[in-house]
Design a protein around this ligand. Structure first.
Ligand SMILES: [Zn+2]
Length: 190
């Protein structure tokens, strides 16, 4: 650290860490512990500003320094983090991550009816849908009757638990693609 560089003020550092949920701000990483880093190097900007500060794990910090994650992507990750945390709760963002990795047929995500309010903004914005999304268990049920049987079985299983299946809509999938791909997110109501 250069001699003339003042430390990042504690409140500012705290705000950057809170925005990232105390995890690495690279959405596909999310490791911890993290340090607060300048997106555009301190040597160039010579100031500590919220919009130029990002929480990174040591690996992503090294990838940034090595040019593996470029400055343009890093800036977009930071902007997207602000957009997403400004609109959705940590729980909602976790659900999005979970749904994008979800393999049909395995531990199908459900929400109890009484808990649906916890993902209210995702629903309102059309990022997720409740109920059967029409996707079936993987591998070999080509017969229409059997497929219907599985759907009915799934629906009954959910109903027994007073729950609904949750899945991503096309819009929700596009949102996650943009989030993970460091592209501008323009589909969230302001
Ligand atoms: Zn990381």
């Amino acid at each position: 650290m250069p001699q003339d560089r003042p430390p990042i003020p504690a409140e500012l550092r705290r705000a950057v860490l809170i925005e990232a949920g105390h995890r690495c701000a690279i959405p596909t990483c999310r490791q911890y512990p993290v340090e607060v880093d300048h997106i555009v190097d301190w040597a160039k900007v010579r100031c500590h500003e919220f919009d130029n500060l990002i929480a990174l794990c040591p690996t992503c910090h090294a990838r940034k320094t090595g040019g593996d994650i470029d400055a343009k992507s890093m800036k977009q990750y930071k902007i997207n983090l602000g957009v997403l945390t400004g609109r959705y709760s940590d729980l909602e963002l976790r659900l999005l991550r979970w749904l994008v990795d979800y393999v049909p047929g395995r531990n199908r995500p459900m929400l109890p009816d009484g808990m649906i309010w916890t993902v209210g903004d995702l629903l309102l914005d059309g990022m997720i849908q409740l109920g059967d999304d029409g996707r079936l268990l993987p591998s070999g049920y080509p017969d229409g009757t059997q497929q219907k049987g599985i759907r009915t079985f799934n629906a009954e299983r959910a109903a027994e638990r007073n729950a609904k299946f949750v899945s991503l809509t096309e819009k929700g999938r596009e949102l996650v693609d943009r989030w993970f791909g460091a592209k501008p997110i323009d589909m969230i109501p302001k």
